[in-house]
Design a protein around this ligand. Structure first.
Ligand code: FUB
Ligand code: ZN
Length: 656
């Protein structure tokens, strides 16, 4: 800018399609998980994480453990396993060999993103200092071109961008950008962000349709680039995302099987089904939805709908987990949803949740929030132990209790899930509300105070009190700064038939699976009461899900329940039958598993254990007698928090 005026400089930027940052971004403090203020095809805007102060309740204790236990212990483990030393060796600060798989950089970036989200809810000087210190360690390893990766160095240097089907260079950059963006939104600091932009610009300068080919390999960078574009306004950042989603697999000579597994390399809009590596597929869907919200391309909208239908019609577990096969960590065929063999990686459930968050923003339809909530309360929530320092990689729906099958561990060589779970918990307040030109949207329920504004700038406080998900009553006090006409959209979950809703005591319509739209001139102090029915529900699967024939899952509110062997001293849980006529006794047990509603049920068990019968016998089967037994059910997310024991979600029904 030395030789031109500011006006000339801005003119040049405008010609290059670049909005200067101070014009492009709203105040960094006001940016949500996604910054959609200028996204032309986003129906809903996010509310910043800091705008919702969560009060005591279900997620608050989990989030506290995350800050006090999970985040510090995982950093120690990342240090112990050399993840940060991998940067130090490049900057000459340590003389040590590189350690860990080729994607370890992403693990520290994800950890940093978790910290950045924690900082969006309030300052923690120590965490801020650690983030800043790590930023310097990372940037000291960055090359002058912008290239940054601790694996493709020294003897592997000439493999850069040569083995992108396995390389994870762009995946790591995606996570770096997400950490940098979250920190920018927490503190206003652009230090790490500038490092990320430098690498992105290096890519934009050297790769693309008319330059060298590039492959996402493990999708992630796409959504990070669109988010970056939302800050920089630099069209090259959006275009690079579009190029990756388009895929350049032909020039890269990828085989069809590779393009299935990688969920990249061919046009996203040519996809007809969810297949291949589940986390890759979910992250690609996130990026594609982000790209759609900026471009509005109809072929993206069509493909996203096709894939979402494929998800909910035959490929999603009742827990919101996805990825049925261990081989390739992959989606299976429709209805291929084995319980014990379920792969259901924590990262995949997180990807499902993040994708549905984006679809919800794009469309404003409750069906996406329903999937999001299902994944969050069950298949994501199960991933972190109540103690906060053990994590599931897989989240199966049945466990044999084999003592060698330790499903919760402090560390994995591929440790993608632990920091992913931490970043979700840290970012959680950002998922509860949304804003559109029509008004305020309440997607999820938790006690706390929202302090934000409507699209026209009117300040609004919403004070919420509830014991959800243990109880179904939600009380809201609406406090606009002055009387204001707008719609308050309240999500009525798809399972909540019979929900009751009042405004200042007057009954309102509330249909399950929709947002109740309450339009009026809201006065400070108006009171809304929502009563969600919390009766226990028995859910059955489509008969094409072979393993669940004749079985039911027990649900209450948003929670899926399971049985564990250690609650059943006198009977194997694999010999249990539920009796639909018997009902369930619900009891909140503050002393159990961090405080849960436990269910007691008078079920049945085979009088003669099935293990005493032969493997095969002539049809028809014998009439088997049963005996009454006491069945105890606990929320699925708490499984194996009391030690290794058999567990089961889907249970046979007596008489079926
Ligand atoms: O490849 C990086 C991460 O490791 C993936 O997201 C996980 O599924 C695991 O394969
Ligand atoms: Zn993972």
């Amino acid at each position: 800018m030395a030789n031109c005026t500011r006006r000339e400089f801005l003119g040049t930027m405008a010609m290059a399609g670049i909005r200067p940052v101070e014009q492009a971004s709203a105040d960094w403090r006001d940016q949500g998980i996604l910054h959609l203020e200028r996204s032309p095809h986003a129906r809903l805007k996010n509310v910043p994480v800091r705008a919702f102060t969560m009060a005591e309740g279900f997620w608050t204790s989990r989030r506290q453990v995350n800050v006090e236990r999970s985040i510090p212990t995982l950093l120690e483990l990342l240090e112990q396993h050399g993840v940060i030393d991998n940067f130090r060796r490049l900057s000459g600060r340590k003389q040590v060999p590189r350690r860990g798989p080729l994607y370890t950089d992403s693990d520290i970036y994800k950890w940093m993103e978790a910290v950045a989200f924690v900082l969006q809810s309030g300052d923690h000087p120590e965490l801020r200092a650690t983030f800043d210190r790590l930023t310097e360690e990372i940037l000291a390893a960055q090359e002058p071109t912008g290239y940054l990766n601790t694996y493709y160095v020294e003897e592997r240097r000439n493999l850069r961008f040569k083995e992108m089907h396995r390389g994870h260079e762009l995946y790591c950059l995606g996570h770096l950008l997400q950490a940098a963006i979250a920190y920018y939104r927490a503190t206003g600091s652009r230090r790490l962000l500038e490092g990320g932009i430098k690498f992105v610009n290096y890519l934009a300068d050297n790769f693309g349709p008319t330059k060298d080919p590039l492959l996402a390999g493990h999708p992630c960078l796409e959504m990070a680039l669109v988010e970056l574009y939302r800050i920089t306004g630099d069209r090259r950042h959006l275009d690079l995302a579009g190029y990756l989603l388009q895929g350049d697999g032909e020039r890269l000579k990828l085989s069809p099987a590779q393009m299935v597994y990688l969920f990249s390399g061919k046009p996203f809009t040519s996809r007809m089904r969810l297949e291949g590596h589940a986390v890759r597929a979910m992250y690609a869907c996130c990026g594609a939805t982000d790209y759609y919200m900026e471009t509005g391309q109809a072929d993206y909208a069509r493909t996203l709908e096709t894939l979402w239908q494929d998800l909910v019609r035959g490929k999603m577990y009742i827990t919101g987990g996805v990825g049925s096969r261990a081989q390739g960590e992959a989606f299976g065929d429709p209805y291929e949803l084995p319980n014990r063999l379920a792969y259901t990686e924590s990262c995949a459930a997180i990807g499902n949740m993040m994708w549905n968050w984006r679809l919800l923003a794009a469309r404003g339809e409750a069906r996406f929030a329903d999937v999001l909530e299902r994944a969050l309360y069950n298949g994501v929530n199960s991933g972190m132990s109540l103690s906060g320092d053990l994590y599931c990689y897989r989240n199966p729906l049945e466990l044999s209790g084999d003592p060698s099958d330790r499903i919760r561990n402090p560390w994995y060589d591929t440790t993608c899930c632990p920091p992913n779970l931490e970043r979700i918990l840290a970012s959680l307040p950002g998922y509860f509300y949304g804003v559109s030109g029509e008004g305020l949207w309440v997607h999820l329920y938790h006690s706390g105070t929202l302090d934000w504004r409507l699209a026209d700038g009117t300040r609004l406080r919403l004070i919420e009190q509830t014991r959800y998900p243990w109880e179904g009553r939600v009380e809201l006090e609406v406090r606009p700064e002055r009387p204001a006409e707008f719609t308050l959209f309240l999500r009525i979950p798809d399972w909540a038939s019979g929900a009751r809703l009042t405004v200042n005591g007057a009954a309102q319509a509330a249909r399950a699976g929709e947002y109740a739209a309450l339009r009026r001139t809201w006065q400070p102090g108006d009171r809304v009461v929502l009563d969600l029915p919390m009766a226990v529900r028995l859910t059955c699967a489509n008969p094409l899900v072979a393993e669940n024939t004749g079985k039911v899952a027990v649900e209450r509110g948003p929670l899926v329940y399971c049985v564990e062997q250690l609650d059943h001293a006198d009977v194997s849980i694999f010999e249990l039958l539920l009796d639909p006529a018997a009902g369930f006794k619900e009891e909140f047990r503050p002393d159990l598993l961090g405080g849960v509603v436990m269910l007691k049920h008078r079920g049945r068990a085979w009088r003669t254990p099935l293990t005493q019968e032969p493997l095969y016998a002539p049809w028809p089967p014998p009439r088997r007698a049963t005996r009454p037994v006491e069945v105890t059910l606990i929320p699925y997310y708490t499984f194996q928090n009391r030690g290794i024991t058999a567990m089961r979600v889907w249970l046979p029904v007596a008489g079926s």
